[in-house]
Design a protein around this ligand. Sequence first.
Ligand SMILES: [Zn+2]
Length: 283
Amino acid sequence: MSGRLLGQDASVLEAAGADVKALRALERQAVGTVALPAGHRVVDAHVHLGVDRDGHALAADDLVADLDAAGIDAAVAFPPDEPGPGGDFRHANDRVAEAADRHAGRIIPFCRVDPAVGAERAMQHAHEFGARGLKLHPVAQRFAPESDACVQVVRHATELGWPVLFHAGFGARPLGPAFAALLERVPTARLILAHGGRGDHRALAAVAAGYPDMVFDTSIAALPDLAALPPERIVFGSDRPYGDHAQALHLVGMAARVAGWDDRAMLGVMSGNLMRLLGGEGG
Ligand SMILES: [Zn+2]
């Protein structure tokens, strides 16, 4: 059997011994968990395009095919951990910008930087080429969210009108005080905390309570964390290629069911909350 399955090449899964037929049935069922009123958009807030140092890869054409299969209108995309020889993510950011040009309306480009390596210039360059936001990974690039270098980058992004998506959770250090300190210095920052801040969710949610523009993405998040948040603080995300769209949609469908979100709440989660942070009109 060929084609794509759960965001991967189905023949590779089959060669590895997976029951492709059963997985395909499950994928269809999972994608169907989220039912939106007609005419509303679904936007994925968290996708990596390119080739990570760890071997994970996603190409733009494959992403768009997967978006079509899952009924998703568009995705925010940024590089994986692919800083390049200069360490400034410049080429990886350029490739994301090119992909967004080729797939206009389907891919919303963010840039990624290392606050310690030419970040200001890299952001300015990405801005000129259409970037709409910034992705930061404190663990991969080894910096503290409240460090001077990071504060400066977040301040610059905020001046450009960009939201900043942070990898968050799963980490070794407590993040509540770190983000509280960052927001004290840049109170108007628009922050998207990835993975629902899994592992450190409660401390981060307590910080977010004081900042209406701090939200959490659902990618690889914990169901109880999502169900406990006000839905206007949640944006749908998949973390492709680490996550897949079917499981991402299923997770949000479960959270909606557990927390009893109405249509309005669901439309916010699936695109409206993100579009507000991007300075747009809503879902
Ligand atoms: Zn990610």
